[in-house]
Ligand binder design. Structure first.
Ligand SMILES: [Fe+2]
Ligand SMILES: [Fe+2]
Length: 195
């Protein structure tokens, strides 16, 4: 039997299935621009479909990291939900400069709230996706210590870490590893900024 070829969309469908959100949600995400958005403005995967590739990379890393670290997820769907949704706001915060000339890149549009983790959670809520507290916190603080002073205060971060450290650490590591290693070839500048 020949090798089965799965497109990124196909892999995403499998990941959404494992996350417990099916094809109906995939349709809503497509409408939001999830499959077309870039992962950044000028760093890693600043290209059409970049968000999807990045989300898949983070999810794969998060599943593996969770296994190797022995993270006790609240449910089996957690690493899939967190990985696929942690940067959901990127559907809205990057706009193509010239739709007739995609090579011109993207401009950043400030989302409704400071903190792209919080904004991603807000969009998940809008879409009707139920997240457990540990999943919300992992997404909200996925920038780790780098988000202090930019997306949250040090007190907020330490409070979150005191209750949810395994989820925050694993998510931050998976995100950083994906952007810094898996996607390094797509990054024209160093050091990387995997926001
Ligand atoms: Fe990310
Ligand atoms: Fe991010």
């Amino acid at each position: 039997m020949g090798e089965v070829f799965l497109t990124a969309r196909g892999v995403a469908a499998a990941m959404f299935e494992k996350a417990g959100i099916g094809s109906k949600m995939e349709f809503k995400l497509a409408h939001l621009g999830y499959f077309d958005a870039p992962a950044s403005k000028g760093h890693h995967l600043a290209e059409r479909g970049g968000l999807l590739t990045h989300s898949l990379n983070v999810t794969k890393r998060l599943v593996k990291l969770g296994e190797s670290l022995g993270v006790n997820w609240p449910r089996t769907e957690s690493p899939y939900l967190i990985g696929m949704l942690h940067d959901l706001v990127k559907c809205r915060c990057y706009q193509m400069v010239d739709t007739n000339c995609p090579d011109k890149g993207y401009k950043y549009v400030q989302p409704a709230y400071a903190g792209h983790g919080v904004c991603s959670i807000a969009i998940a809520v809008e879409l009707g996706i139920d997240l457990l507290p540990a999943e919300v916190v992992a997404i909200m603080y996925h920038m780790g210590a780098f988000g202090i002073g930019k997306e949250y205060t040090d007190k907020e971060f330490y409070a979150a870490m005191s209750n949810y450290a395994p989820y925050i650490i694993a998510t931050h590591a998976a995100d950083w590893y994906a952007a810094s290693v898996d996607e390094i070839d797509t990054n024209p500048v160093n050091p990387v900024n995997p926001v």
